[in-house]
Design a protein around this ligand. Structure first.
Ligand SMILES: NC(=O)c1ccc[n+]([C@@H]2O[C@H](COP(=O)([O-])OP(=O)(O)OC[C@H]3O[C@@H](n4cnc5c(N)ncnc54)[C@H](O)[C@@H]3O)[C@@H](O)[C@H]2O)c1
Length: 341
């Protein structure tokens, strides 16, 4: 017999979670809680396992047969919903970023520990086959000693950002813009590869979007890691001339790694000017983002059922939040921020 999962927030990313839960043989039934009736209706039509629905998530938490809760709501609600779910005796899967403040993140991690419950943060890019292969290449010394890292993530979220009533990229409900939102993936993957940075310098700007309550739409960051690794990330939510793009290049003393965010030929190892495509387990018929979401959700369900250790720890999600907040601090103060760990 499998488990019953309650999902809170059946919006855009939830479709990927629901797809994974629907296909997972160890999930018997899904309950959905959303304040938006249309979102519930859409989810129930698309996912037959989603039998029960609630307008108020607190009513759903009273169902003792629900083992785990999957939280897919705006950032400002992560902490409250996670704590309520943990206190209701549920294991918790929560979308990124873990929370909006370090105090909230500590409370979530501490409460899960105190109550003997599991807390999983959806750092789905850790599950991308090209990232897993990259980690292996780096750890095996395939490019010698890495020294320079160049990430670029560009997309178009102008309409969402220009809507003052939509939570995305608002200071009060998202805790920031492009940097804390998509930049969070950049941060936790870089930390996984190169450890915790000793300093960050960031410039987070609102270049094109208008509403006063919205945060950065374009951000540039410099990361200083131990062992003389220098990283950089350029992040944009205002590129309209092309589709969503993520590129990552890592340069080492004996070679370089180029990563493309596509379902074929994502990973290239270059040595002595000779590029070699490195095979990964990425299926060709699904985008790496959808695939990694599915792998992450399946892994979390597996951890809940078997009790095994999770590949991604909530403490790593807190570390990523600490770096994100330091980047905003750097931008606000106009100076490099040293990080103490
Ligand atoms: N892992 C990824 O790649 C990825 C991608 C996109 C979004 N996200 C994350 O997923 C989360 C949700 O983002 P989204 O883009 O799906 O947002 P969204 O606005 O599309 O969906 C949010 C849903 O939550 C519901 N909601 C809001 N308040 C609620 C409440 N109190 N109770 C119940 N339901 C409530 C809304 O009605 C909506 O249906 C965010 O944390 C975001 O950063 C992650």
């Amino acid at each position: 017999m499998g488990i019953k999962v309650g999902l809170i927030g059946a919006g855009s990313i939830a479709q990927g979670h629901l797809n994974a839960l629907q296909q997972n043989k160890n999930v018997d039934e899904i309950s959905i809680a959303d304040t938006n009736e249309a979102a519930i209706k859409r989810a129930q039509q698309a996912f037959p396992k989603a039998k029960k629905a609630y307008a108020d998530y607190r009513e759903m938490l009273k169902d003792l047969s629900i083992k785990a809760v999957d939280i897919c709501v705006p950032h400002w609600l992560h902490h409250r919903l996670a704590i309520d779910s943990l206190k209701a005796g549920k294991d918790v899967i929560c979308e990124k970023p873990i929370a909006m403040t370090l105090k909230e993140a500590d409370d979530m991690i501490g409460t899960a520990k105190k109550l003997g419950r599991r807390l999983f943060i959806e750092m789905n890019q850790r599950f991308m086959p090209y990232h897993k292969e990259t980690k292996k290449l780096l750890d095996s010394g395939a490019i010698g000693k890495p020294f320079l890292v160049v990430y670029c993530v560009t997309g178009n979220c102008i309409n969402e950002m220009n809507d003052p009533n939509y939570w995305k990229a608002s200071w009060e409900k998202a805790g920031g813009g492009v940097m804390i939102d998509t930049g969070y993936h950049v941060i936790y993957t870089m930390l996984h590869f190169f450890g915790r940075p000793i300093a960050v310098t960031g410039t987070a700007r609102k270049l094109l979007v208008k509403p006063a309550n919205k945060a950065d739409d374009n951000t540039a960051v410099i990361f200083e890691f131990e062992n003389n690794v220098l990283g950089s990330a350029a992040l944009s939510y205002t590129v309209t001339s092309e589709g969503w793009m993520e590129t990552r290049n890592i340069y080492g003393t004996d070679g370089s790694i180029h990563i493309k965010d596509t379902s074929t030929d994502q990973l290239t190892l270059i040595k002595a000017n000779q590029p070699k495509v490195i095979p990964t387990e990425q299926p060709v018929d699904v985008h790496p983002h959808s695939y990694s979401l599915m792998c992450a959700v399946n892994h979390f369900v597996d951890c809940i059922i078997t009790g095994k250790e999770c590949e991604v720890k909530p403490e790593e999600a807190k570390d990523a939040l600490k770096v994100a907040l330091a980047i905003y601090e750097s931008s606000n103060k106009g100076k490099r921020i040293l990080l103490k760990w």
